[in-house]
Design a protein around this ligand. Sequence first.
Ligand code: ADP
Ligand code: ZN
Length: 437
Amino acid sequence: MIRDARYEQMSRGDLDKLQLERLKAMAAYVYDKSPFYQRAMKEKGVAPGDIQTLADITKLPFTSKLDFRDNYPFGLMAVSMDKVVRVHSSSGTTGKPVVAPYTQGDIDTWSDVMARTLATAGVTENDVLQNSYGYGLFTGGLGFHYGAERLGASVIPTGGGNTKRQILLLQDLGTSVITCTPSYSLILNETALDMGVDLRETKLRVGVFGAEPWSDQMRKDIESKMGISAINIYGLTEIIGPGVSTECPYQCGMHIAEDHFLAEIINPDTGKQLPYGEIGELVLTTLTKEAQPVLRFRTKDITSLNPEPCKCGRTHVRMSRITGRTDDMLVVKGVNVFPSQIESVLLDVEGVEPHYLIVVDRQQGFKSDYLEIWVEVSEDIFSDEMSKMEDLEDRLRSEMDSVLAISAKIKLVEPKTITRTEGKAKRVVDKSELPIL
Ligand code: ADP
Ligand code: ZN
């Protein structure tokens, strides 16, 4: 169902008009209210009046994660603290956390975009939605919670963890939608099987998964194991939290809420804007945020944009699945590769479970001459003759070699040996942090 047809089905021309109007207002607002942005704009020699067309956005300064860190905690804020009703923070995957203050207006906008997002994923007010994203400082829990309530679904706020109880609740309360990280959905499924529960036989029909990179192969695996439609959702603390973009049931890219967020793709090395269709770094500008609006935030996330109207009837641009963050990229013996590409190759091979660990030698930063991949095999293969394991190992090694042009040492491990995490999965480890098996 299209919840906000007025915005979600706007013609490109009307969308451009709306975005320009909001961008102009936003540039004037931050110049006036945020000392950080006034300084940044002056340094770049741009005044609010210089924004006359959408293309003029390139005159505005970028914002980076470093700007948040250097001005920690509230240096980018555009309102006084008495207007702030809530503060979240990023999970700090890559260092010091980013703090995100919200006004009541921001919480309303966020609830609206999240309700829209869930509707886009195919959730309705008739659904029972179990929210297994972590509650607390992380934006996932409360973001989904408020959005699902606004949509009118029945929310079960389990948060992450306590997995056995989650399976019991899921059965007893008739959960039809599950929301969590893709890696946690696999833990839920494994635990269910251990308890003798086949999730395909429950009422579960949709999963809304995000907060970490995952591959299409992983999606297929989750869908067939759990008997659901697995929908990709994207968001980040700096911008608002979850709700920036999501897939519709056609699963052909994530629609960005363009009435609230203006998206650009740039070449991460030169900072130059790239045309639709080209792969590069996603840059986002908030068009309606009050407490901490952000101009041209460099997300470090690698994707591309498709402006073609979608079969679902929405006109908002679609971003492709994120291959990784620029700072996640590994350079193995000179070849650039993202962990999610390794995942795609692994999961294309039968007998492999979606649990793996990429072991590198971080002594040289993101460059490593060392690459070892630990991957779990299915029970069948593991309990079969040795030769099957050897065949599988050879097959994986040659697939890595031919698809990604990287040579990796493959280590097959018993089912359920690689550590499971309840939130974002940690796939890349340094040799020195290797768990002893
Ligand atoms: P942190 O940066 O500390 O992880 P956030 O919780 O704000 O804090 O995480 C946002 C980041 O999570 C995004 O910039 C992106 O890298 C990643 N992310 C979120 N959703 C997805 C998704 N659907 N696919 C891939 N990556 C995602
Ligand atoms: Zn669509």
